[in-house]
Design a protein around this ligand. Structure first.
Ligand code: AMP
Length: 397
């Protein structure tokens, strides 16, 4: 069975085609700058050179048509016809409280997704565009929506409600939703697989540390708490996002700077986090380089990030009543031995003991804890596309 995974942003369309037998990737790529000058498609097939198409792409529909053209091209394609694609798995950021599981898309689901759009106005509308385009171009294929929020729908009420007037939850659905669910689910399931038999009640904290960062407390395979909230702005400090701050700062800054509350929130999303503190970059490779050259604010940004990750891990331990496994994933989690070492140095009281040699790993699966460590510490590269393909295949069964 062949499954195409699609992730639509406002000006991008990322895709990966899987042969589910053996979970082989047949092709992958991305359309970039859709709707503006300089639009491009980068297309890859394993073992072959990258193809770059410099065609104008006025909309997602044209991008998807070109991509299907590349996939089915007589000379360089990997499919005889688009009809070989059994299903399309769509990444959808927000499923509100409606979706705890992936869902087969029909007209009713589209209406519900439209209702969720005011919860994620930047993300859900392009996700919906992707669904509409693929329904039109591949009417034979099942369309499945897989939600970033779904894995966290198992959080108990006491963990996911905010202590504000209850009617804001009832009337406006203001609560913690959590994001990166597909990634947390994938790496926690893989950690349980590594733990082997008797993993039924495992207590795991997964650390998705990338441009966006979040932690998730997982017990017995279910998310019981996570650090992101009503939106992906909450929780940990991130590349450009502030994470948790005192909400009174927003009207205070609005008044001081003569900004609207909306504009302050934009600053908190785009100009804050590691970039805001360092004044240099949101990329931790740049921050380590600058800190090595003596830049104090770059070092401060790293120290703040590490402290907040460690404090976040500590705050999640009660949710699962202990800690058996700690998993690092995503850009920073997979590739930065320094961040992992510094975070774990805060956690010795929990019985976390790293092995420095093992911790030198980058971008590969490995156990990095020392033999005597009470908590098994793992690096597990995340694969959200593979997880979406798996969830899509599972639903079709
Ligand atoms: P992601 O959002 O998961 O793609 O992660 C991207 C981020 O990972 C980048 O912005 C970097 O901050 C970080 N990253 C990638 N490689 C490294 C590395 N070798 N050391 C530190 N940070 C890294």
């Amino acid at each position: 069975m062949k499954i195409l995974v699609v992730n639509c942003g406002s000006s991008t369309l990322k895709y990966k085609l899987f042969e589910m037998e053996g979970e082989r990737v047949l092709a992958w790529g991305m359309a970039d700058r859709i709707g503006s000058a300089g639009s491009r498609i980068y297309h890859r097939v394993p073992g072959r050179e990258e193809i770059v198409l410099d065609d104008p792409l006025p909309g997602h529909g044209e991008a998807a048509e070109r991509i299907l053209g590349l996939l089915t091209d007589a000379g360089r394609g990997v499919l005889g016809a688009a009809a070989e694609i059994s299903a399309v798995g769509h990444r959808v950021v927000h499923g509100g409280e409606f979706f705890q599981q992936p869902v087969l898309v029909d007209d009713g689901v589209i209406l519900t997704l439209e209702e969720c759009s005011d919860l994620a106005p930047l993300h859900n509308p392009p996700n919906l565009t992707g669904i509409r385009v693929c329904r039109r171009l591949m009417p034979h294929a099942a369309q499945v929506a897989v939600f970033d929020t779904a894995f966290h729908q198992t959080m108990p009420e006491y963990a996911c409600l905010y202590p504000i007037p209850y009617r804001y939850y009832k009337d406006f659905r203001v609560r913690k939703y959590g994001f990166h669910g597909t990634s947390h689910k994938y790496v926690s399931a893989r950690a349980a697989e590594i733990a082997g038999s008797g993993s039924g009640d495992l207590k795991i904290i997964t650390c998705h540390l990338g441009n966006g960062s979040s932690l998730c407390a997982v017990r017995g395979g279910r998310s019981v708490d996570t650090t992101m909230g009503f939106t992906p702005l909450a929780g940990l400090m991130m590349g450009t996002r502030c994470g948790d701050i005192d909400p009174s700062i927003i009207p205070y800054l609005a008044e001081k700077e003569g900004l609207t509350a909306g504009r302050v929130v934009e600053v908190l999303n785009k100009d804050s986090g590691a970039l805001g503190i360092s004044g240099i970059s949101s990329d931790f490779r740049d921050l380590f380089r600058a800190a090595g050259e003596g830049n104090k604010r770059a070092r401060l940004a790293i120290d703040m990030f590490v402290y907040r990750v460690a404090a976040g891990i500590g705050s999640l331990v009660p949710a699962i009543g202990g800690l058996d496994m700690l998993v690092f994933t995503a850009g920073i989690g997979e590739n930065s031995p320094e961040i992992r070492r510094e975070v774990c140095a805060y956690l010795t009281w929990l019985g976390v003991l790293l092995d420095d040699d093992r911790n030198s790993v980058r971008g590969a699966e490995a156990e990095i804890s020392a033999p005597g460590s009470a908590v098994k510490v793992l690096v597990i590269p995340t694969d959200e596309e593979k997880m979406i393909a798996r969830e899509t295949a599972l639903l079709l069964k």
